[in-house]
Design a protein around this ligand. Structure first.
Ligand SMILES: NC(=O)C1=CN([C@@H]2O[C@H](COP(=O)(O)OP(=O)(O)OC[C@H]3O[C@@H](n4cnc5c(N)ncnc54)[C@H](OP(=O)(O)O)[C@@H]3O)[C@@H](O)[C@H]2O)C=CC1
Ligand SMILES: O=C(CO)COP(=O)(O)O
Ligand SMILES: [Zn+2]
Length: 347
């Protein structure tokens, strides 16, 4: 078959208190009664507990797995409890959702995505970002059958998570530049509709940056919808290309150097300042937009050392070398990394 498959979620529910309707939603979709509920330490109390109560009202049987990292070990832990007659529900941030997504895909089970924060654009994409000790990979998985986003929970999440989601979207500006470059220089396949959707998602944030405030349901809705449309761009492209370029390579490199670095979106935001400078683009606009949404723009604000930034810059090209970006095959020299990081005020 030469047709390319584009996967989208069948149903998307978003609204305050929708978590309490999970049982009804899963029942109406006729999902399997054996639930594997994947969550994290913080999100268990906030979102998993009310979800469990709602599912129990509809006689679902529930196994619970708490995961702490998006690793293949965590995926295997979930797979041990999952069969093709299970429904896997991922309730939490991006790591939990990626683990639930890949485990359900591998076991041919249903997948329901329940984001608890507007911190990343993976909640409905069919890709899963999985990290192991020395590698960051984007693995093909599947789109959720349903997304259940409780806007009250999302709006009340720590403000840093909302800023990180905005920064993950702002990073689409350099991701698209890299994608176009790879298309021109390496003949990588390119989709102008996916690229447009990705850029529109980023622009929704920069156009409204001054009005995006933590704690406001309206802001949570705006950011979550932009994250959904960015995820749809990933679906159309069939890869994370429209939302992940050199700035994401920088962020993944930073994760490998310093396990206690910042949030994914925060790191990608700083990567976007740096890479936009390399492109000769308006990096000050990126920096100011990040500031406006409350995201960090310096190593100090991110909580990492200047040395970590330099090392991540010099290593970034080694992450997923098959994905061509402005970093080319050889990446930054140490001197060039210092120059760019100082010039942009990142260090
Ligand atoms: N597949 C894809 O297409 C994409 C994947 N990603 C991936 O997503 C991950 C980043 O996601 P991100 O969400 O930033 O990071 P995490 O999943 O690590 O979540 C960050 C923290 O926020 C906590 N949290 C989440 N929601 C709430 C809430 N409502 N209240 C209080 N705390 C909360 C989590 O708690 P807890 O301890 O409960 O987990 C966790 O400690 C990365 O691994 C990245 O690679 C990013 C973009 C796209
Ligand atoms: O984070 C992503 C988009 O925001 C995509 O993730 P990868 O960089 O892991 O492909
Ligand atoms: Zn990202």
């Amino acid at each position: 078959m030469c047709a390319r498959k584009i996967q989208m979620p069948r149903e998307v529910y978003i609204g305050p208190g929708v978590v309490h309707e999970t049982g009804e939603i899963c029942s109406s979709l006729k999902l399997f009664k054996d639930i594997v509920l994947v969550t994290g330490n913080n999100t268990y109390d906030i979102a998993a507990k009310p979800t469990i109560s709602s599912l129990e009202e509809y006689d679902f049987n529930i196994d619970i797995v708490k995961v702490h990292e998006a690793s293949f070990d965590s995926v295997n832990e979930v797979k041990e409890l999952t069969t093709e007659n299970s429904t896997v529900i991922g309730i939490g941030g991006g790591k939990v959702i990626d683990v639930a997504k890949l485990a359900s895909f591998d076991e041919n089970a249903y997948f329901v995505s329940m984001p608890t924060a507007a911190s990343h654009d993976g909640m409905l994409s069919p890709q899963a970002s999985i990290k192991d000790s020395k590698k960051a990979t984007s693995v093909k998985a599947h789109a959720p059958i349903a997304v259940i986003g409780d806007s009250e929970i999302i709006a009340n999440a720590p403000p840093r998570l909302l800023s990180a989601g905005c920064a993950d979207l702002i990073s689409n500006f350099t991701a698209i530049k890299d994608w176009k470059l790879a298309h021109r220089l390496k003949h990588d396949s390119y989709s102008s509709s996916a690229a447009s959707l990705s850029l529109m998602s980023a622009k929704l944030i920069t156009d409204n940056a001054e009005n995006i405030k933590p704690g406001l349901e309206e802001s949570a809705r705006l950011v979550i919808k932009s994250l959904f449309s960015s995820g749809m761009a990933i679906s159309i492209a069939g890869s994370s290309r429209p939302a992940s370029g050199s700035e994401h390579k920088f962020s993944h490199a930073l994760d490998l150097i310093n396990e206690k670095s910042g949030l994914h979106g925060e790191q990608c935001g700083i990567g976007t300042i740096l890479m936009m400078n390399v492109y000769g683009g308006d990096w000050e606009f990126i920096r100011d937009s990040l500031k406006a949404v409350g995201a960090p723009t310096t190593a100090k604000e991110l909580g990492v050392s200047d040395d970590d930034i330099i090392e991540a810059l010099t290593l970034a090209h080694t992450i997923r070398p098959e994905r061509y970006t402005i970093l080319g095959d050889n990446g930054f020299s140490k001197d060039a990394a210092y120059e760019i990081a100082i010039k942009t005020g990142v260090i």
